[in-house]
Design a protein around this ligand. Structure first.
Ligand code: MF3
Ligand code: CO
Length: 252
């Protein structure tokens, strides 16, 4: 069942989004060679709490941390820990902020110091693919239009699209209907309506799209150990077009 949100509810999600954006902007300054993924997680958790919100991922289906920190060939759901980031790594930080019961979800990939041209291209194309997907999030389009646009663009640049993890509806629950795949056929799937709020969160790999989960039950890696990146926004579908509730331009 897809839960339609009122304009007031969408504003509450935007307020959660502002805290999430502030957290990402602070992390962008913090992430450099020598930092551990645990330090990233602890910083984010403290920052979110200090802003009167809570990190929704912690405890979600037993997930133990405030953030997912996914380094290099880790696609998503990487556990923060003792891993020290080194020059040339890439790390995706994914988190969900809960402010007064309303949620916002955004993941961002960061370069650690200087990175290779190949890694920078992966980051650039993955970010661009997110915005190409967002353009399709308009009333009257279908879910398949979003995935098709992302897949066509990404594969045209020689990268692959992860299939096992999708975007999703979001509101007072982290994962609501509908599912939002980052691949698919145009004109297929649920029709988009005013008041739907979804995430779009493409994960692109340099090599094959397939993933494998670590024995911890969470960490998803590329099967061929090729690099993977991800960018995610929370998007409201409105009569005036897609509104990015986690837009980094909303705050200084
Ligand atoms: N934020 C993630 C998403 O984009 C969900 C993370 S799973 C969790 O859907 F268990 F860590 F919460
Ligand atoms: Co997320």
């Amino acid at each position: 069942m897809i839960i339609i949100k009122t304009a007031e509810e969408i504003e509450k999600m935007r307020e959660a989004g502002k805290i999430l954006v502030k957290t990402h902007k602070a992390l962008a300054k913090l992430i450099r060679p020598g930092i551990t993924t645990r330090e990233i997680d602890e910083f984010a958790e403290k920052f979110i709490l200090e802003h009167g919100a809570t990190p929704e991922q912690k405890g979600y289906h037993g997930y133990p941390y405030a953030t997912c920190t996914s380094v290099n060939e880790v696609i998503c759901h990487g556990f923060p820990g003792s891993q020290v980031l080194k020059e040339g790594d890439i790390v995706t930080v994914d988190m969900v902020v809960n402010l007064d019961g309303w949620l916002a979800d955004s993941a961002w990939s960061y370069a650690v110091g200087n990175i290779s041209e190949e890694a920078q291209n992966l980051l650039d194309v993955t970010k661009e693919s997110l915005y190409i997907g967002i353009e399709q999030a308009v009333v009257g389009n279908r879910i398949g239009d979003i995935g098709h646009a992302i897949q066509t663009f990404a594969e045209g640049k020689g990268l692959s699209v992860v299939r096992e993890f999708c975007g999703h509806g979001i509101g007072q629950q982290m994962h609501e209907d509908p599912q939002v795949p980052h691949f698919g056929r145009p004109g297929h799937g649920v029709r988009l309506k005013e008041g739907m709020v979804i995430t779009i969160e493409p994960m692109l790999n340099i090599g094959a799209w397939q993933s494998k989960i670590d024995p911890d039950g969470w960490t998803a890696r590329t099967v061929d150990r090729s690099l993977s990146a991800q960018y995610e926004h929370t998007i409201a579908i409105t009569a005036d077009g897609p509104v990015i509730l986690t837009d980094q331009d909303m705050v200084d």
